[in-house]
Design a protein around this ligand. Structure first.
Ligand code: BES
Ligand code: MN
Ligand code: ZN
Length: 498
């Protein structure tokens, strides 16, 4: 499993060893306790800052080795920018920035949680801990050698020095489940496809049972009985059996319609008979990032005992070329009864989602459905890797997702839907075809899914650009980003709990 250093909360005190990280506001404004801890070294820090033209701008840092008058081996000053410009979310980033400045060779480090305008409150301390935890994540399960000088993560301790230790521990207790959910999602995305195939993915999702999540696994026989011809067609070329996993968290009032989250879980996407080019194909182990996010989200909701009823449903398949694989030209019948002409076997995600969305909608009658999928290369062309594409049949849901995106930094950009685009997937031979041509590729993919959600408020998030291989940030150095867990947890917490 991914190793990360241990985090502790302790009272603010002068550290006797290790690395010390402190924060400063712009114009080198230290908090009173930070000044007290720095003591006589403060003057030297001021001179070093001047020499380095360090002013405490957000994102910058000043490194002082063996500061005179202190027992620590290294002092790092991290810039927190202007207090007036700080958004709540910035504390998560600051936690990441602070953790990023602690050398891997350090076995003992202290992060002093005070900003220029005073000590941080418990909730803010938990935000810093969240950012620090996410930054420290690294997927090294398959590395048999450590870099020279690097301490094993288990031996590394990071102390968060806070004014209110009990309060911070309590707040972190509630926030920690979110960190664990993101880490779980990242682990799943990073795992190689020979290890994480549908049955193994389902087994890992079943691990949520220990948090009180109900987990049901549908095997091929059960799916055949339900008539999930669209999903099963994708998996039929693989030696690995397909699965659907349904996770249920009932933390809300009995009888309230659940919120439903649905994930594309293509454990490996070769393209099938419409095979992909070789270059970069290894990235297609991440084609289950939507499903990974749903599992991570359910973990987060359950471990913080969210007061909400939620369903997580994931369609797990492997898309392989084979003598038994589906062909371009095949016509399959989805669980909804609608027929689909396969034009390109590489447009497989929408086929999986079609059946899972219909199943969830008819069985659970959810208050809304949000699906996540690494669905189209076209969304990367449109939006790059900063925003996920959002498609919705409901303005309120779209607005709420947009706001949650701004609050968490996992941003979504709304794209259009409409009958003109829907026409593009009409088929000569069946009710629809599975591709709509080169133009508006992400939109026609969304239109396709839209044909399987009935009148239920629905949003589709195309995370092909954000789910993996996205740019590194203060809180993520991992290939698999775990994108969407914080976004959807926030959406639930802000709009649907209590
Ligand atoms: N999984 C891919 C989309 C993808 C591409 C995700 C790159 C992440 C990075 C999806 O199954 C796919 O192959 N989509 C095709 C659709 C086309 C055949 C209509 C695509 O985007 O080219
Ligand atoms: Mn594909
Ligand atoms: Zn795919």
């Amino acid at each position: 499993m991914a190793e990360a250093p241990k985090l502790f909360f302790a009272p603010i005190a002068v550290p006797g060893s290790g690395v010390l990280v402190v924060f400063t506001d712009a114009d080198l404004r230290f908090g009173a306790r930070t000044r007290a801890v720095l003591g006589s070294a403060l003057d030297m820090v001021t001179r070093a800052a001047k020499a380095d033209r360090f002013t405490g701008k957000s994102g910058s840092a000043l490194d002082v080795v063996a500061p005179a008058g202190m027992k620590v081996s290294r002092l790092v000053v991290v810039g927190a920018g202007k207090a007036a410009e700080r958004k709540p979310q910035d504390l998560v980033k600051l936690g990441g920035a602070a953790m990023g400045r602690i050398p891997l060779a350090a076995s003992d480090a202290t992060i002093l949680l005070e900003l220029g305008d005073g000590v941080v409150k418990p909730d803010a301390a938990a935000d810093v801990a969240l950012g620090a935890t996410l930054r420290a994540y690294s997927f090294d399960r398959y590395k048999t050698k450590r870099k020279e000088g690097e301490e094993p993560a288990a031996k590394r301790r990071v102390t968060l020095a806070v004014a209110d230790v009990a309060g911070a521990r309590r707040a972190w207790g509630a926030r920690r489940g979110i960190a664990d959910g993101v880490v779980l999602a990242r682990d799943l995305v990073n795992e190689p496809p020979n290890v994480l195939f549908p049955v193994e993915f389902a087994r890992r999702a079943a691990g949520l049972r220990k948090l009180g999540v109900g987990v049901e696994i549908l095997d091929v026989k059960a799916m055949t009985k339900l008539g999930m011809g669209a999903l099963l067609g994708v998996g039929q070329g693989s030696a690995r059996d397909s699965r659907v996993v349904v996770m249920r968290w009932n933390g809300g009032k009995k009888g309230t319609p659940p919120l439903a989250f649905i994930g594309k879980g293509v454990c490996f996407d070769t393209g099938g008979i419409s095979i992909k080019p070789a270059a970069g194909m290894e990235d297609m182990k991440g084609d289950m990032a939507g499903a990974a996010c749903v599992v991570g989200l359910m973990h987060a909701l359950a471990s913080r005992r969210a007061k909400v009823n939620a369903i997580g449903a994931i369609g797990l398949v492997e898309n392989m070329p084979d003598g038994n694989a589906q062909r371009p030209g095949d016509i399959v019948t989805s669980m909804s009864g609608q027929t689909i002409e396969i034009i390109n076997t590489d447009a497989e995600g929408r086929l999986v989602l079609a059946d899972v969305c219909h199943y969830v909608n008819t069985r659970f009658k959810p208050a809304f459905m949000i699906d996540l999928a690494t669905l189209t290369g076209a969304i990367i062309v449109a939006l790059g890797q900063e925003y996920a594409g959002m498609f919705a049949n409901d303005d309120k849901l779209a607005e709420r997702l947009t706001q949650a995106g701004l609050d968490t930094g996992e941003r979504v950009w709304r794209m259009p839907l409409g009958p003109e685009y829907d026409k593009m997937i009409d088929s000569k031979f069946a009710d629809m075809k599975n591709t709509g041509g080169r133009f508006g590729g992400s939109i026609t993919a969304a239109q396709f899914i839209g044909r399987f959600v009935g009148k239920t408020p629905w949003a589709h998030l195309d995370i092909a650009g954000t789910g993996f291989a996205s740019s590194n940030s203060d809180i993520n150095k991992s290939w698999g980003s775990g994108w969407g867990v914080r976004l959807l947890d926030r959406l639930v917490a802000e709009e649907y709990e209590g």
